[in-house]
Design a protein around this ligand. Structure first.
Ligand SMILES: [Zn+2]
Length: 63
């Protein structure tokens, strides 16, 4: 399965047509590096990238 990153919220999902996090269909395979956010409420990284749900978030997305 190809992992795709959402251009709107950076959420990384596998085999989805739509982002399970924000329902955007702007997904791309052209991304690199990710952070795993386990506890968004207590994570500085999550605040920096605007993550609200636990999961993988892409750091670099090519537009
Ligand atoms: Zn999204």
């Amino acid at each position: 399965m190809v992992e795709k990153a959402c251009k709107a919220c950076r959420f990384v999902s596998e085999g989805s047509e739509k982002c399970p996090n924000c329902s955007s269909d702007q997904l791309t395979e052209k991304w690199s590096n990710y952070v795993y956010v386990e506890d968004p409420a207590n994570s500085e990284i999550a605040k920096n990238i605007g993550a609200k749900a636990p999961g993988k978030y892409a750091l670099n997305i090519k537009s």
